[in-house]
Design a protein. Structure first.
Length: 344
């Protein structure tokens, strides 16, 4: 029996995230200081980092969501890739994962639930880590993800709040995952479009490990539910600088661009813009569909890098060596208030 997983979820993938403005309010309390907690919640980073000794630090993250696709195994693969990528975004190497599982057990066949778990384990196998355990509950909507533990040298942690004025801004994957998932729900996404979406969302952001070795890489994060603009603004706020994005240089999935021009986009696009639109200055030549693409919630999106201009070619070469052919310089960081200017 074919089960459409997306019919069980009110939102899919990283589009399920709480709006960025509300999340900042919820996390606004002053953190308790722990000297060995290198990265905590204060910087809105991708994972927590705790120093064990002068040579080792633990990287810990958790990520889970509702189905973004109907195929059970594909859903498991996408969710696992998305969770593991937070370790790479900190420059870490993943060590093991714990499964987070919530399923409507009275509505989903056991075989479908099993295929979700198998998809997640398959990606963990590609990352070279075990699924060492986890926790499961009976829930009204299907939920799957991972808590992932990794390791990194304390001096090689790549935070999201260390960008410098003059840095190049590089994006590792094309935009448009949320728009294509909305088209999938409407039954208008082509087979080629689905395959492009699947290839991207199941590609682990492994370049993060090697990029962490580069002194010229100053800041790193990955683009997920808040869209390119939302996660770029987190870098700007934390680093106390501004950024300029040239839309014409931003890699975009062709079918995503087409559907967005036709008015197809997930509700999270408008939610994201409402949360941070006041911090963005689109040039007069930016169309509404282009703005929506920049706010589109990405699931298992690309790495976003701030690096010195001298390191730019080496960073792009690292991406190319690992098969990220779409990686592209899309803008720069500059002195000024923490806002983003968007140029055509």
């Amino acid at each position: 029996m074919q089960v459409k997983l997306t019919k069980f979820s009110h939102g899919g993938g990283c589009g399920c995230k709480i709006a960025p403005s509300l999340l900042r309010e919820l996390l606004s309390a002053s953190p308790i200081f722990y000297p060995d907690l290198i990265v905590g919640k204060e910087s809105s980073d991708d994972a927590a980092v705790y120093r064990i000794n002068d040579e080792q630090a633990i990287v810990a993250t958790t990520d889970f969501f509702m189905p973004i696709v109907d195929d059970a195994r594909d859903f498991g693969r996408i969710a696992a890739t998305n969770a593991i990528s937070d370790i790479y975004a900190m420059g870490g190497k993943p060590l093991m994962a714990l499964a987070i599982v919530g399923m409507p057990i009275d509505k989903l066949p056991a075989q479908v639930m099993k295929e979700i778990l198998e998809g997640g384990e398959a990606v963990c196998g590609l990352a070279g880590i075990p699924v060492a355990g986890g926790h499961s509950i009976d829930s009204p909507e299907p939920i799957y993800g991972l808590a992932v533990i990794g390791i990194v040298h304390p001096d090689k942690v790549k935070r999201n709040d260390r960008a410098q004025a003059g840095d190049s801004l590089i994006l590792g994957k094309p935009l448009g995952i949320g728009i294509m998932s909305a088209a999938l729900k409407k039954g208008i996404l082509s087979e080629d479009g689905y395959q492009s979406m699947l290839d991207s969302t199941t590609r682990l952001n492994t370049p993060g490990i090697r990029l962490a070795e580069m002194h010229g890489v100053h800041a790193m994060t990955d683009v997920t539910g808040f869209g390119l603009l939302g996660h770029l603004l987190e870098i700007c706020r934390g680093s106390n600088i501004g950024a300029v994005v040239e839309f014409g240089k931003v890699p975009v999935f062709p079918e995503a661009g087409k559907h967005c021009m036709d008015g197809i986009s997930p509700g999270a696009v408008d939610r994201n813009w409402a949360s941070y639109g006041e911090e963005v200055r689109p040039a007069s030549g930016i169309a509404d569909w282009q703005r929506k693409l920049l706010c589109d919630p990405q699931t298992s999106g690309g790495l976003l890098i701030a690096c010195s201009p001298e390191s730019e070619e080496e960073v792009l070469a690292r991406f190319r060596e690992e098969g990220f052919e779409a990686a592209q310089k899309i803008g720069i960081f500059r002195e000024g208030e923490a806002m983003v200017e968007v140029l055509p």
